[in-house]
Ligand binder design. Structure first.
Ligand SMILES: Nc1ncnc2c1ncn2[C@@H]1O[C@H](COP(=O)(O)OP(=O)(O)O)[C@@H](O)[C@H]1O
Ligand SMILES: [Mg+2]
Length: 494
């Protein structure tokens, strides 16, 4: 529910006062109308009675046919206050008294509401027939109309009285409204002081200030409300303390765990690099040994081609092992956040050519063609080693997972971003695998009998490197059709 932007007290006060005001105005109006109607009708009845006396007094003068008599009686009645005219008519409606008045009685139209409201004419018009009782020989009595009297009476006094009555009613209404105002103000205070105190208490409670309890009291229910409200605040306070303690404890535990995991990470990186170094050193000796042994075999020896093939295979295997160990070393370094970036000017043409040469062997071994579709002449400032990790791993995968197909390497600058794309027409992968391939040691086929070699570090290294450069890698792939890996690295301010 939406309440207008006033506080509860104003709302209560405004609405109640408006209601009382409307009620009082209505009551005063109705009372005024009833009183006006009553006084009007009573005055009319009085004047009707007066008209009857006039008719009976003038009756004998009419019978005697004395115009002077009629004149005198009519003049007598005209003298009465408020009487504008007192006229006498004979049976043929001729005015008998000579003193005429310009005032003529108007008949008011009869409507359904004319009985509810006093007449709006400014005079009372009273007409009374003058009748004579005739005794017939047969003994029957008949009333013969021998004339009519007419009284025109001003309503001035009546209007003055009504004015006073309206005034009195208005005074009454004002005093009632004033009384109501006092009561409503007091009532609205009682009604809303509780809410206001609760709001203030909650505000203080929220801001951790003192005076955050309510103190109002009065009736039983108010006392109960106060106690329940204060109990609730106390309980929240207790819960808050308990929670605070729990949070402090958990934060301590988390910090300890974090420290533990950080030192474990550092420890892991140290071990990894020590182990890798220790593995690489003997490999170098093995490589040198293989070379020396091979050089010692005379080219004229009967099995020379077979020795040559073994020598080549051994050399390749040692190189692959060195590459794997390097990958473990690089991954450990990136994980331990120990890599220090260094930006140098990289000419992308030469850089990409080098990448092509590096993977050419694997590429042709699988019968693939690697095409460089490029934008020539771009040079940017970049961490060369991180960029190399990214492109080498993507190319390595494309060559590895494509058989007798095509691999495209593209690069361009678009809106201050270096975009590199490696597209292949290889085995591709399902959408469900795209989310996991960037995780360390994750491969789609993790069985021991898998076709492809490697242990799932290449994409993890590529992604970490892209993130370190402030960029990201996206993949679009379709099983059986191929994949596109797109790298975006911002080069702003270079
Ligand atoms: N171009 C690609 N085509 C198909 N699958 C790919 C491609 N690149 C990566 N993958 C999938 O992602 C996995 C993880 O790749 P990567 O991290 O480089 O590890 P690895 O090459 O050692 O398997 C791969 O084992 C392979 O299943
Ligand atoms: Mg790989």
């Amino acid at each position: 529910m939406n309440i207008a932007p006033v506080n509860f007290r104003q709302l209560f006060y405004r609405n109640t006062m408006a209601g009382i005001f409307a009620l009082v105005v209505m009551l005063v109006f109705v009372a005024g109308l009833v009183i006006a109607k009553f006084t009007h009708d009573q005055t009319y009845l009085n004047w009707q009675y007066y008209g009857k006396i006039f008719a009976s007094e003038v009756k004998y003068q009419l019978i005697l046919n004395s115009e002077t008599g009629v004149e005198n009686i009519a003049a007598n009645f005209t003298d009465r206050k408020n009487v504008i005219a007192a006229n006498v008519y004979d049976s043929s409606n001729r005015q008998v008294n000579r003193k005429r008045t310009s005032r003529v009685c108007r008949e008011e139209q009869d409507t359904w509401y004319s009985n509810l409201f006093p007449s709006r004419l400014d005079v009372f018009c009273i007409r009374q027939p003058i009748t004579q009782t005739v005794n017939q020989e047969t003994g029957t009595v008949t009333e013969n109309k021998i004339g009519e009297i007419e009284l025109i009476v001003s309503k001035q006094d009546n209007a003055a009285l009504m004015f006073k009555i309206w005034l009195a009613l208005l005074l009454l209404a004002v005093s009632v409204l004033f009384g109501a105002f006092r009561i409503v103000t007091r009532q609205s205070y009682f009604m809303t002081v509780t809410i206001e105190q609760m709001i203030a208490a909650l505000q203080n409670f929220k801001d951790s200030r003192p005076n955050n309890r309510v103190t109002f009291s009065g009736s039983d229910d108010l006392d109960q409300m106060r106690e329940t409200f204060n109990d609730m605040l106390a309980s929240i306070e207790r819960n808050e303390e308990v929670l605070e303690q729990a949070v402090i404890l958990k934060t301590k535990e988390l910090n300890q765990a974090l420290e533990g995991s950080q030192s474990a990470n550092r420890y892991k990186a140290n071990i990894m690099s020590t182990v890798s170094h220790e593995m690489k050193n003997p490999l170098h000796s093995i490589q040198t040994g293989i070379e020396l042994l091979f050089e010692g075999i005379p080219k004229t020896a009967p099995d020379y081609p077979s020795y040559q093939e073994h020598h080549y295979r051994a050399k390749m295997l040692v190189q692959e092992l060195v590459r794997h160990i390097d990958a473990i070393l690089v991954n450990a370094k990136l994980n331990a956040h120990e890599y220090k970036k260094s930006y140098t000017l990289v000419h992308l043409d030469g850089f990409m050519e080098e990448r092509k040469v590096g993977c050419q062997h694997l590429c042709s071994k699988n019968g693939n063609t690697l095409v460089l579709e490029d934008e020539r002449g771009i040079s940017i400032k970049m961490d060369r080693l991180l960029l190399r990790y990214i492109v080498d791993n993507l190319l390595d995968n494309a060559c590895k997972f494509t058989n007798k197909g095509h691999i495209f390497l593209r690069w361009r600058i678009h809106q201050d971003t270096l975009i590199i794309e490696v597209e292949d027409t290889g085995c591709g992968m399902g959408q469900q695998n795209i989310d996991i391939i960037f995780d360390e040691f994750k491969q789609i086929d993790m069985s021991l009998t898998r076709r492809y070699r490697g242990f799932g570090l290449g994409l993890a290294i590529s992604r970490q490197s892209a993130h370190l450069l402030g960029g990201n890698i996206n993949v679009r792939s379709q099983e059986g059709l191929g994949s596109i890996f797109q790298v975006a690295i911002p080069i702003n301010g270079q």
